[in-house]
Design a protein around this ligand. Structure first.
Ligand code: GCU
Length: 417
């Protein structure tokens, strides 16, 4: 078990030579222990088995769908002129996830190319509210609880006007919209407020899940709830005539990158899965003990995973799965993993190695995943159906990353003719 909660967190290891030899479970293993050799057997036995291991030991059980309705005045569509003369339509809707009165309200913001017809869309949860994603004064200011963050214009856990556009560098909509993509986002805190006692204010209430006391070992936490919320937003997105329902990509940065990967595993309607700097509990191999560890993440953020995951603190090599099996869940759909050179906490090498170790799942389909022995030089994208790059710089999601995602999406999820 994890060490006593009050004991200091162990310092991270950043010494590659201290990682040692890592032996990974085979991601193609079925429930009887045999390794499958066909795409059919993967779909029928290995994938469901590997998925269940991830549910049981890492993220908790997948949550069932609930009906989604548009609340509070319907869908608002406004023609806007963005920077650089980009003509777009700003769409805002407040969705109710589940029936009244328990169903939580989630504000969705979407920018579309003007006159869009069946365009591909990047859907991403955000950290500080939709209004922080872009300076457009027409974006509704979030009224939801926010974590303490004085620099982000948050006062008494609520957003203020000062917060507008503060995260705009992370969501470069002009270049993406001008390339023909829709950009959709919602605040993760509308779905599950990111705090250890957030359960009673989360969608888990409408799903009749336990919200306090001792939880079952495979009870989902915030990542399970956020991933579920992404699927519910997708339920609504696919009803819009401007959007191609077969080309919605799920994207996420950091904790929300972990979430994007789990959302893509739970919901195969996501046509492309993109993880940016997702690190421990995301794309990085847990067994490597480099940067953040299972012990540290489950002690600092006990609400993200299912309770069973904390039991692997210091025992990562006993996990029956690892994060390459999560990445393999995307197959045969395209998957993109990105790291940053200075983001050692997220273990860039562990993210790269996981993407390589997941790639046999694509080979079963006659596709090529990420076939490389070493990471590419920074700021270079490699890989066929599994793409990868390391951006020069810090933990963040920037235009350089988005440009690679867009190039990859244009190649791997082209419009049907
Ligand atoms: C912390 C946490 C990471 C997480 C990151 C983030 O650094 O340790 O696991 O990815 O926050 O979400 O920004």
């Amino acid at each position: 078990m994890a060490s006593h909660a009050a004991s200091p967190l162990p310092p991270p290891n950043y010494d590659e030579s201290a990682v040692g030899k890592v032996v990974l479970p085979d991601p193609l293993t079925g429930p009887d222990g045999t390794v499958v050799t066909t795409s059919d057997a993967w779909r029928r036995s290995a994938r469901p088995h590997q998925f269940e291991l991830l549910e049981t030991h890492v993220y908790g059980r997948r949550l069932p769908p609930l009906p989604v309705t548009v609340a509070d005045g319907g869908v608002e569509r406004v023609a806007v002129s963005l920077a650089d003369g980009v003509a777009a339509t700003r769409v805002q809707a407040r969705l109710r996830l589940g029936p009244e009165p328990k169903g939580r309200l989630v504000d969705v913001l979407l920018y579309l190319p003007r006159e869009a017809r069946r365009v591909p869309v990047f859907l991403e949860l955000n950290f500080r509210g939709n209004h922080a994603q872009h300076g457009d004064p027409g974006i509704r200011l979030s009224t939801s609880w926010m974590p303490k963050d004085d620099a982000a214009g948050i006062v008494d856990h609520r957003a203020t006007e000062a917060a507008r556009g503060l995260n705009a560098r992370r969501w470069p909509i002009e270049p993406l919209v001008s390339r023909g993509f829709g950009m959709a986002t919602a605040y993760c805190g509308d779905i599950f407020p990111d705090r250890a006692d957030g359960r009673p204010d989360s969608v888990l209430v409408s799903l009749d899940r336990p919200v306090d006391g001792a939880l079952p070992p495979d009870e989902p936490g915030a990542i399970g709830a956020w991933a579920w919320g992404l699927s519910r937003i997708l339920d609504w997105l696919v009803t819009l005539p401007e959007i191609d329902p077969a080309r919605v990509a799920v994207v996420g940065h950091s904790r929300l990158g972990k979430t994007a990967l789990w959302a893509g595993a739970c919901d195969e309607r996501f046509a492309l899965v993109v993880s940016n700097n997702s690190g421990c509990g995301g794309a990085a191999l847990s067994r490597r003990n480099f940067g953040e560890t299972v012990e540290v993440i489950t002690r600092r953020f006990p609400h993200w995973f299912c309770p069973a995951f904390a039991g692997y603190a210091g025992r990562e090599r006993e996990l029956p799965c690892d994060q390459h099996t999560l990445l393999a869940m995307a197959a045969p759909r395209p998957l993109y993993v990105s790291s940053a050179t200075e983001d050692l906490w997220a273990d860039p090498r562990g993210e790269f190695l996981a993407a390589v170790a997941a790639s046999p799942a694509w080979r079963l389909f006659g596709l090529e995943g990420l076939e490389a022995a070493e990471p590419p030089r920074p700021d270079t994208s490699i890989g066929d159906r599994v793409g990868y790059h390391t951006r020069t710089g810090a933990h963040d999601i920037l235009l350089e990353d988005w440009t690679f995602f867009a190039d990859f999406a244009a190649r791997t999820i082209p419009a049907a003719r």
